[in-house]
Design a protein around this ligand. Structure first.
Ligand code: ASP
Length: 415
């Protein structure tokens, strides 16, 4: 029986757990919260591996690149395409919000305001990329600072040649070790996913979603359009001349885990492993582009924040001019870069966007209070889009940098 279990492809086990979890949660109701700990355990396991995995794989990735100059071109391409895809997501979100008008006629009278959160200024975020203490940032899990320090270590190893070999070898075998642990943790995913979904479905109820149905529909259509048109069609098919079906098949484990955990950072180890093993992205790209993406590239979040801001303006009867949409797009880009890769993070930051169109903090607090009870299912969706976007961009950068193995991308996975 045990071997029969392992013979079933992992994504099928995770997918079945997801459906089963939703059914059990709906039948069991709030009682399903009693198994939430299994999900928490799973999330803790994957979070446990994030910092050591990123740190050692990034260093060994840079070393395997052999030439520090390559990093510059990689960095520029990555940041540029992350920016372009984020803007595409916001545009889709804004167009849908204008067409579907999810906020028109919404009644806030029974809503208790929620606390709004002030976004950390961009200058402060940029400054914190340079760690005051590398050990402290490793302990805190400050991803951008970890990336910065690991890049320095990697480049320094390259420049000292033979003398750096013992450390470079150590990093390489440490990467293998971390990836092995990631595989073991992935085997816990079906149980974790089952418990996470059951407790969400049981405590929040899918029916609750009915109150914000138009908003949910806009987020759903927007997410699908962004994933399939921008990433599947424009990037994977037309730009890279690859099969979108193969891409989504390779990415699905990571997208399912993102959907169930609602956290890009917790999904990172899984994204890195599917990138290398299913999508043919070589370690140098997977270990640099993906951690950066999990931190700053959030297409689903950008799409969502754009829709919610227009929703809020519509609900309060604020007329938006074209210049307001431009302002929303600009500030949403910054918010999506600054959003922490954890569940529910972006909703509390929408104040940074709504204030640019003249909404008061009190009004924003009411909007957040209104959406909060339904945010989780929407967060699941946007996080899956965030991860899908990171993987598609990584596939593109890997192709452009000749760090892509088409045989792996096209090899049949045990489907
Ligand atoms: N949950 C999202 C993520 O981790 C962030 C957000 O939009 O709240 O990617």
């Amino acid at each position: 029986m045990v071997s029969a279990w392992f013979e079933i492809a992992l994504w099928k086990r995770i997918f079945a757990a997801l459906i089963l979890g939703a059914i059990v949660g709906m039948i069991w109701g709030p009682g399903s919260d009693s198994i939430a700990w299994v999900g928490t355990l799973f999330v803790r396991l994957i979070r446990m591996i994030v910092v050591p995995l990123v740190f050692v794989t990034l260093i060994s990735g840079v070393v395997s690149m052999g030439d520090p100059n390559k990093l510059g071109s990689l960095g520029v391409k990555t940041l540029a395409i992350y920016m372009v895809t984020t803007l595409a997501a916001i545009t889709i979100g804004l167009i849908l919000a204008v067409i579907l008008q999810p906020g028109v006629g919404v009644d806030f009278s029974a809503t208790a305001p929620e606390q709004v959160q002030v976004a950390i200024p961009l200058s402060e975020r940029l400054m914190s990329i340079v760690p005051h203490n590398p050990i402290a940032v490793l302990a805190e899990g400050n991803m951008l600072a970890i990336i910065f320090f690991a890049l320095l270590v990697g480049v320094s190893l390259l420049t000292i040649g033979e003398k750096g070999k013992p450390v470079a070898d150590l990093m390489e075998s440490s990467s293998e070790m971390m990836l092995r642990i990631t595989h073991w943790i992935m085997e816990v995913a079906p149980f974790g996913v089952f418990a996470l979904i059951a407790s969400v479905a049981g405590t929040q109820g899918i029916g609750a979603l009915l109150d914000v149905i138009l908003l949910a529909v806009a987020v759903l259509i927007g997410s699908a359009a962004h994933l399939f048109i921008v990433h599947g069609l424009i990037i994977i098919k037309l730009t890279l001349k690859l099969s979108p079906i193969m891409f989504f098949r390779g990415a699905r484990d990571a997208m399912l885990v993102a959907f169930s955990t609602s956290s890009s950072s917790a999904t990172l180890p899984v994204s890195m492993s599917v990138a290398e093993e299913n999508l043919g992205i070589r370690p140098i790209i997977a270990s640099t582009v993906l951690p950066l993406g999990a931190t700053i590239n959030m297409d689903g979040t950008a799409l969502y924040v754009g829709i919610v801001s227009v929703f809020a303006a519509q609900a309060f009867g604020i007329d938006l001019a074209f210049s307001d949409y431009v302002l929303i797009a600009g500030s949403t880009t910054l918010v999506s870069i600054g959003t922490a890769a954890v569940p529910g993070a972006s909703l509390f930051l929408i104040a940074a966007v709504t204030q640019t169109i003249g909404m008061s903090p009190e009004q924003t607090a009411i909007v957040i209070g209104f959406i909060l009870p339904f945010d989780r299912p929407l967060d699941m969706l946007r996080t899956a889009v965030n991860i899908g976007g990171d993987l598609s961009v990584s596939t593109a950068v890997a192709n452009w940098e000749n760090e892509f193995d088409k045989n792996i991308f096209e090899k049949p996975i045990n489907s």
